[in-house]
Design a protein around this ligand. Structure first.
Ligand code: HEM
Length: 477
């Protein structure tokens, strides 16, 4: 009975694999320029490199491949030829200098299925919101003082409070606030969905139409679980701003600015255009909210771990704070220029454990040539940010947290590669929230170190917990 029900899916699967194999063979021999594809692990008959794709800490296998085959590696994946980039030189050459063709974004089928289809553009966030960052960093200090054992939740609370106030103008009430829960769950779905090679539906998109009870459709199950959460995460806060504006309340935030702009144009727009523009505004603001929450929270967590593991770094930072800020006040944004060691800690935090270890994939919009190799149109471009930020040449002893590597003669040394030029992505797709995030992170680091010592906690037997650096596998580590 079950076999009868499944056979159409089996046939479709086999047919898709055979067609893909034929296309793959043709595309290997009929390239316009006749150039070879870049080298890479040997593809297997019919399935290419599908079974070679690592799903746990993929950046380690990616590094092995770039060590073996060179800085540009070709991975033969169904419907998604993939170019793996292993050096800053190639990443900057392709994604920055040739940005006009290397900047498309393939919406992973998994994300689209989860309603993350709204994830596209974003507007710049403006300096006028910086006082919110300082205010929320200080509120965080108070919460941490009262319940240091809830450090994780306090960090998440601080970051989401900053973002939600900037984007939606709303103050969140506490750790069980609906925004915090939604952001956490929605972004959790995103992070789990975007591991290259983890879900077959990315290679065989028709699998999205196969019911989730069919074995092997784990992607669909995940999507079904997260889709309603992602929709609510997008709609609820936006609709709250709309409702407040209808009541005539004074709302100062990115969403209100966008709604006002749309209203100003409303006499020139028909109902459909108006609806479309409102949907875009909803998508754009939700994107800011979601792209910022987990990434900045992750960086803030990395800082805590690094401080607990490197007490001598803390002491040096605190000496700098004592000298420039003194004991009678908290650090202000205007202090940051003088706080060179603190800024170096922020840089090292972004390098030591990169938030997006394999960056965020781009898609190539036109066939290209690099170093005698053909790069097929539509290729996914995967940059191994983790290995670029852990290469011995730019960063000797890469696994050690060492802010000193960025400082020369009391200043930030511009000859050392700034990790934020890699960690926030490249070209036209570079993270538009990078300045906001840098300021949030630096003022949080300065404020925290000015009033707290950070160390590992104790286990149940009263022994200090032994700390080490480890990460989850996902878009956000
Ligand atoms: C530590 C914090 C952050 C990290 C590590 C980070 C990293 C990234 C990376 C690697 C990308 C992809 C760039 C590329 O494709 O080349 C990206 C895109 C993006 N980020 Fe961030 N980000 C952070 C914080 C933020 C914040 C605070 C915001 C907004 C307020 C934000 C908004 C966005 C948006 C909207 C995109 C999509 C850009 C596009 O596709 O055109 N990010 N980010």
């Amino acid at each position: 009975m079950l076999v009868d029900m499944l056979w159409p899916y089996d046939c479709a699967l086999v047919a898709a694999i055979v067609v893909w194999h034929l296309i793959r063979r043709m595309s290997k021999t009929s390239g316009l320029s006749g150039l070879p594809l870049p080298p890479g692990p040997n593809p297997r008959f019919l399935v290419g490199n599908v079974f070679d794709m690592p799903t746990v800490k993929p950046w380690l296998t990616y590094r092995e491949w770039t060590n073996t085959y060179g800085d540009v590696v070709f991975l033969d994946l169904p419907a998604q030829p993939t170019i793996l980039v292993g050096s800053a030189k190639v990443a900057l050459e392709l994604l920055e200098k040739r940005s006009e063709i290397y900047s498309d974004r393939r919406m992973p089928v998994m994300l689209d299925m989860m309603s993350w289809g709204f994830n596209f553009a974003f507007m710049g966030i403006i300096h006028e919101y910086q006082d919110i960052q300082v205010h929320e960093a200080r509120a965080f200090l108070q919460r941490l003082l009262t319940t240091p054992e809830h450090r994780r939740e306090h960090i998440r609370h601080m970051i989401i409070a900053m973002i939600v106030r900037i984007v939606y103008g709303m103050k969140i009430s506490g750790l069980d606030d609906e925004y915090i829960r939604l952001a956490h769950e929605g972004v959790e779905g995103l992070v789990r969905a975007v591991v290259p090679g983890a879900y077959w539906v990315e290679y065989l998109p028709f699998l999205r139409h196969i019911p989730s009870w069919v074995p092997g459709t784990s992607g669909r199950k995940l999507a079904e679980a997260y889709s309603p959460i992602v929709e609510r995460m997008r709609d609820i806060p936006f609709e709250n701003v709309q409702a407040a504006m209808v009541k005539g309340e004074e709302v100062h935030c990115v969403t209100a600015t966008m709604i006002r702009e749309i209203q100003e144009q409303s006499t020139k727009l028909d109902a459909q255009d108006l609806q479309e523009k409102t949907e875009i505004a909803k998508n754009v603001t939700a994107l800011a909210y979601s792209a910022a929450a987990d990434t900045t929270t992750c960086a803030a967590e990395v800082f805590m771990l690094a401080m607990a593991m490197y007490p001598e770094v803390q002491r040096k930072a605190q000496a700098e704070l004592d000298k420039h800020v003194g004991p009678n006040r908290l650090p202000e944004l205007s202090d940051l220029d003088a706080l060179v060691y603190i800024r170096a800690i922020a840089l090292e935090t972004m390098r030591w454990l990169p938030v997006n270890p394999f960056s965020v994939p781009h898609t190539l919009m036109a066939e290209d040539e690099y170093n005698g190799y053909r790069v097929p149109k539509g290729s996914t471009i995967l940059v191994n940010a983790w290995s670029i930020l852990h290469n011995e040449e730019d960063y000797p002893d890469p696994d050690v947290f060492k802010p000193e590597r960025y400082i020369k003669d009391g200043k930030i040394n511009s000859n050392v590669r700034d990790p934020t030029t890699i960690a926030f992505g490249f070209g036209r797709r570079i993270c538009p929230g990078r300045f906001l995030s840098n300021v949030s992170l630096t003022i949080y680091i300065a404020s925290t170190l000015h009033v707290f010592n950070i160390s590992a906690g104790y286990d149940k037997a009263g022994n200090r917990v032994k700390l080490s650096m480890d990460v989850h596998t996902g878009l956000v580590a």
